[in-house]
Write a protein that binds this ligand. Structure first.
Ligand SMILES: [Zn+2]
Ligand SMILES: [Zn+2]
Length: 344
């Protein structure tokens, strides 16, 4: 089969690699019909995540089941499915608590040996371990573009929102309007947030946030703190989602949030940074961090995507063929795209 492989920092290639085969009774093989290029693929592309040469990339996918192991119950050959970006065992201490994102045996598609050596989805075929937990049937009438958001980006935006306790009447700030930030904006509005202050520096992204129902605020030309106060009777917002992953964003998040409010560090942090613990402590802020528990949120997110309460369609800026993957990575690297969907 053809697949997109990592070669070296800054270089991916479309190559012929062996077809995956069923290796355990809980697995399914999916013929991929659409896969996404994501910000985390870019971390690998930049060489920030260790990756073996020739490893197949990608972790967002929609396709059709073409083979199942004997123990697979919830999907069958011929089913159109989408899946989470990662797998979980369903049995360890953390899975039993529902913390599938922290599974002791969790593996991430398309991230090389360090994250479980699970070949990626930017390929014609994909082997999916623990298919009952990892996969869901695509609801009737849902497009590939919409469905593939459930397994990663929308699941992450939704996680950020529900984990910070955002609900009916909440005031929220979202920092960084990349795909996850824009999905968080949508999710906040979908669960009933009264005001969403959406902060970025890119005009097109601010306009998109406005179209979704948020109040766009330019990070430097405007005053995010004033905006957060205006929507909250001067208190600061109930919750802020840092969808950037930069110390300045986290510092701003702590300042925009009201006393006893919640900050979600949803953007990726991998290094030591300084935070103003005095502000966090005096304001009695709660800080939420880490990967999103996308497996846990698959069903509620699919329900909301089905009803149209969540609609990531405006975030899909490019459709390209799998063979154009090297160009797709370059386009994404130049920040010219929000979501690129590849079709084999
Ligand atoms: Zn992704
Ligand atoms: Zn587990």
């Amino acid at each position: 089969m053809r697949a997109v492989t990592f070669q070296a920092p800054g270089e991916v290639r479309v190559e012929d690699v062996p077809d995956p085969e069923l290796t355990s009774a809980d697995e399914a093989i999916v013929r991929v019909e659409a896969s996404g290029v994501c910000g985390s693929d870019l971390h690998i592309f930049h060489g920030r995540v260790a990756m073996e040469e020739g490893f197949v990339l990608g972790h967002e996918y929609v396709g059709t089941v073409v083979a199942t192991g004997a123990e697979v119950r919830t999907v069958a050959d011929g089913d159109r499915v989408l899946g989470a970006y990662c797998t979980a065992c369903g049995e360890c201490f953390f899975c039993r608590r529902g913390d599938f994102h922290k599974c002791d045996h969790g593996r991430v598609f398309g991230h090389g040996r360090t994250l479980g050596a699970l070949a990626g989805a930017q390929a014609e075929l994909l082997a999916v371990p623990n298919a009952d937990l990892t996969l869901r049937r695509v609801p009737e009438g849902m497009s590939d573009d919409v469905a593939l958001f459930a397994g990663d980006v929308m699941g992450t935006g939704y996680h950020a929102v529900v984990e910070t306790g955002v609900g009916e009447g909440s005031t929220v700030a979202v920092l960084g309007l990349g795909p996850v930030g824009l999905c968080a904006v949508q999710a906040a509005i979908a669960v009933g947030a009264e005001s969403v202050v959406a902060v970025d520096t890119v005009d097109e992204r601010l306009e998109l946030a406005r179209a979704l129902g948020a109040r766009p605020v330019h990070l430097t030309d405007q005053d995010p703190r004033a905006a957060a106060k205006e929507v909250s009777d001067g208190r600061g917002v109930d919750a802020t989602i840092d969808a950037v992953g930069h110390p300045d964003a986290l510092a701003l998040a702590c300042r925009l949030t009201r006393k006893a409010g919640t900050v979600s560090a949803t953007g990726v942090y991998a290094e030591r940074i300084e935070v103003h613990m005095g502000i966090i402590w005096i304001k009695a802020l709660t800080l939420k961090t880490g990967h999103a528990n996308v497996i846990k949120h698959l069903d509620p997110v699919l329900e909301r995507l089905s009803s149209g309460a969540l609609d990531p369609t405006p975030l899909v800026t490019h459709h390209m063929s799998l063979d154009q993957a090297p160009e797709a990575y370059d386009v994404y690297d130049r920040r010219e795209a929000l979501k690129i969907v590849l079709r084999p």
